[in-house]
Design a protein around this ligand. Structure first.
Ligand code: IPM
Ligand code: MG
Length: 371
């Protein structure tokens, strides 16, 4: 029996192309694994009214880890228009399957390394090496949202004095999203960040928040972080407001190490940080829980490029490297990262984002030939 059982979810758009690239590399590296492909994405929303069919969730439960390509998400109105007419009056609503996977499998850490590989012409600086720990299950993306606001919810919220000014507005004129932060989720994401910093001998952990305005939620996680920081005298603990952080990450990204943030803030700063080291063609993510993980490139499905094999598959290959690490295949992970770094440094294979004409598969073959 193979040592690992891996779920492969190509998704749609360029997801299928970058997954093909990952498979080329995995085959070459000879990971002892069985791969099981599953359905996910826009196509299944349109046909079945569910972008994450139950059979897929079930299949994931029978695997050790998952490689995910990309999926298309569209706003509410557009999603309804594309739904099969026979499903239209069933009250179905589209949800992002990757966000759902993170929540359903409790993949509470979204780990996003942003490292400048030498020779990448898109590096903003060559000395950037950030690791972002984005909380992945709640915060602003908890999914507790309303439009229109139900009267019962409004009534309950009237206990808050600031709610008074919304008291007489028509309910359909109020859209409402909540930022939910629990002690459990704050504690475990911070723990992961501090433990990582200690293990990898990183200098600092920075909590990226906004506690001067979001006093209750921001203040809550800050308090937990300050207490936890005392357990890590070997790691410096820094606090930054998210707006200032956006500026500092452009000004002096080399000064930062490990960043930890709530879901929305982590989403935003991780795109910013990705751009410092070459953009989405290089940005990889691991959605990691206690006993399951889904690895993906941070980029989306880029519908306009579908079928052209033009996107940079480096992000997917780096996500594959993260998966190998998580599976305990450290040597393979190191070899893969070296091969990717080698191809970047040589600069012969360049996809369109780097001004070249190479394809997603050219990148994979070049990496494979270095393995
Ligand atoms: C990401 C993406 C997703 C997110 C989208 C596609 C739902 O932006 O992984 O960062 O917001 O988490
Ligand atoms: Mg994002």
């Amino acid at each position: 029996m193979p040592k690992h059982r891996i779920a492969v979810l190509p998704g749609d758009g360029v997801g299928k192309e970058v997954i093909e690239a990952a498979m080329i590399v995995l085959e070459k590296i000879d990971l002892d694994a069985e791969y099981v492909e599953g359905d996910i994405g826009w196509e299944f929303w349109c046909k079945e009214g569910n972008p994450l069919p139950d059979r897929t969730t079930q299949m994931l439960k029978e695997t050790d880890a998952c490689l995910f390509g990309a999926i298309t998400s569209k706003p509410k109105e557009d999603a309804l228009k594309e739904l099969d007419p026979s499903l239209r009056d069933k009250g179905l609503s589209y949800f992002s399957p990757i966000v759902r996977l993170r929540q359903e499998f409790d993949l509470y850490t979204n780990l996003r390394p942003c490292k400048a590989y030498p020779g990448n012409p898109l590096n903003y600086r060559d000395d950037v090496d950030l690791v972002i720990f984005r909380e992945n299950t709640e915060g602003m993306y908890a999914g507790v949202e309303f439009h229109p606001l139900p009267e019962g919810v409004r009534q309950a919220l009237l206990v808050h004095p600031k709610m008074a000014k919304f008291k007489d507005l028509p309910l359909e004129e109020i859209a409402f999203s909540t930022r939910i932060m629990t002690k459990k989720a704050c504690t475990r994401i911070l723990r992961r960040a501090f433990e990582y910093a200690r293990k990898k001998k990183r200098r600092s952990v920075t909590l990226v928040e906004k506690p001067n305005v979001l006093r209750e939620t921001g203040g809550f996680i800050l308090d937990i972080a300050r207490k936890m920081a005392k357990e890590y005298p070997d790691v410096e603990f820094w606090e930054a407001n998210v707006d200032a952080m956006a500026m500092w990450l452009v000004k002096n990204p080399q000064d930062y190490d490990v960043l930890v943030a709530e879901n929305l803030f982590g989403d935003i700063i991780s795109d910013l940080a990705a751009q410092l080291v070459g953009g989405l063609g290089f940005a990889c993510s691991g959605n990691i829980g206690d006993d399951y993980a889904v690895f993906e490139p941070t980029h989306g499905s880029a519908p306009k490029y579908t079928g052209l094999y033009k996107v940079n598959s480096t992000a997917m290959l780096l996500a594959t490297k993260m998966m190998l690490e998580w599976l305990g295949e450290e040597d393979m992970a190191v070899r893969l990262e070296k091969a990717v770094a080698g191809v970047i440094k040589e600069g012969k294979v360049r996809t369109y984002d780097l001004g070249g004409k190479s394809t997603a598969l050219d990148v994979a073959h070049a990496v494979a030939s270095k393995l």
